[in-house]
Ligand binder design. Structure first.
Ligand code: PGA
Length: 263
């Protein structure tokens, strides 16, 4: 994301996972909003993905204080409504005016056995409700070691985005998150991140159009922190980061958001 004429505005997304209750969420967002300047937000979009129980509080705060920070959900049901105990529908999220919905995170894939078909159905619900999907893809270590990382990620993309039209890609964000880098402290090399983000963009070009490829933001995620974000962001096809552990401290997340100021 080095070129000033890039049509893509960088975005930093903090994935809180199962951390922070709604009171802690309010305190966090207030702290973050106090820290980010208009200059920061001119350069980089900022989004948080709190747990479901926090979304209403974050929405209320955002509206009351007219915050420019975006917020979204970490998951959504593949069903419209009905007897699905514990699930949250896309229309409920739309009513909360969330800015995006994460799907396909590797923790959902691993612990809840979500496959590309289910993620595809979730994306269908997201799009039907005029929300923006943030689709996470990425390979495990054995897949990378076998040299199959790229074909695996491309297969995930085509499965998860099956039936999606070019028009519906407006607002789509893709996050490349190698599973072996998530929460492990082991970040992908900037070259590996660039190679995969470029491959994702090339796939978007052939599956949809060159315009979609140019406009869709492709993020890197996996052990991103303030000390490694700049070299990742210096890669031409890395448009932002999906940050887990390091976003839980608002001061560290701010340093990540301010990557252009790092020497
Ligand atoms: P991590 O998580 O930054 O803690 O590695 C990233 C993610 O799971 O989105």
């Amino acid at each position: 994301m080095t070129s000033p004429e890039s049509p893509r505005k960088p975005i930093m997304v903090g994935n809180w996972k199962m951390n922070m209750n709604h009171l802690e969420a309010i305190a966090y967002v207030q702290k973050l909003a106090f820290g980010v300047s208009d200059k920061d937000l001119d350069r980089t979009e900022v989004a948080v993905l709190p747990p479901f129980t926090d979304l209403r509080s974050v929405q209320t705060l955002k509206e009351a204080d007219k915050l420019k920070i975006l917020f979204g959900a970490q998951d959504v049901s593949a069903h419209k409504d009905g007897p699905y105990t514990g699930e949250i529908s896309a229309s409920m999220l739309a009513k909360l005016k969330v800015d995006m919905v994460l799907v396909g995170h590797s923790e959902r894939r691993a612990y809840h056995h979500e496959d590309d078909d289910l993620i595809n159905a979730k994306i269908g619900e997201i799009l039907k409700n005029s929300l923006r999907p943030l689709l996470a893809v990425g390979e495990t270590l054995p897949i990378r070691q076998a040299g199959d990382a790229m074909s695996h990620v491309i297969a995930q993309l085509s499965g998860c985005l099956k039936g999606v039209s070019t028009k519906q890609t407006d607002g789509l964000i893709v996050a490349y998150e190698p599973v072996w880098a998530i929460g492990t402290g082991e970040v992908a090399s900037p070259e590996d991140a660039q190679q995969m983000c470029l491959a994702i963009r090339e796939w978007l070009s052939s599956r949809f159009s060159s315009t979609v490829a140019e406009q869709t933001r492709v993020l890197y995620g996996g052990s991103v922190k303030a000390s490694n974000v700049k070299e990742l962001m210096n890669q031409p096809d890395v448009d932002g980061a999906l940050v887990g552990g390091a976003c839980l401290d608002p001061a560290e997340f701010l340093r990540i958001i301010r990557w252009p100021d790092q020497l």
